[in-house]
Design a protein around this ligand. Sequence first.
Ligand SMILES: C[S@@+](CC[C@H](N)C(=O)[O-])C[C@H]1O[C@@H](n2cnc3c(N)ncnc32)[C@H](O)[C@@H]1O
Length: 231
Amino acid sequence: MDPSAPDTPRHPPAAAFDLIMAATPPPGALDAPAARRNAGPLLAVLLAELPADGTILEIGAGTGQHAAAFAQALLPRRWLPTEMDAERRDSIRAWMTLLAPDGARPLPPRALDAADPADTWPLGDAAPVSAMVSANVIHIAPWTVTLGILAGAARWLGPGAPLILYGPFHRDGRHMSPGNTAFDADLRSRDPGWGIRDLEREVLPVATGVGLRLGAVHEMPANNLCVVLRR
Ligand SMILES: C[S@@+](CC[C@H](N)C(=O)[O-])C[C@H]1O[C@@H](n2cnc3c(N)ncnc32)[C@H](O)[C@@H]1O
């Protein structure tokens, strides 16, 4: 087996993953049950789709549980969590305290509003970014955030590098489950700018317009998808 192949994990999913998944949140850390549930399936897709090294930029890192659980399992890649909300950046830092400061930790979180113009993202010293990952963000945010993430991928990813979007999607006008229909209605009642995005009718036209192509669609538990777009 070629150890440099992109889909070959150089390290087995490591101790840090199990530690974070089983941990009681440390002081200041927020706990997202969904992040605990989807971390394993999401990590499997990341190991298959991410390049073998480089900086992985996470958009909307939330509690930081994914960042803390994935950083060691994805070495030698560097996981860079970003989040626009200050309380959540504190939570990301709090989860990191459970990990040994020996390279198994993610990089310190950065403030990033994905709706800001891509040229202003605080990534100058992190470039080139070898992949971008955003889980459960684009439906719980205004459409401008989807536009911003796609523009950011076009701006910061190198040729062929992936943007991986995890979450619920509609497919070419179809809802994937009654549960997703109800979730979409709930999101839109909470904020009319939120809502499950249609992959074929909304996301892909914008993605292709900025120079991204569809690489793969992975079906995930609970009627979610991992959509892999490549620059
Ligand atoms: C449902 S949480 C998902 C968090 C995490 N990715 C996960 O899977 O557990 C959605 C996250 O998107 C973030 N978010 C919303 N709008 C954003 C924006 N404009 N730029 C960056 N992050 C944003 C929120 O602050 C929140 O942390």
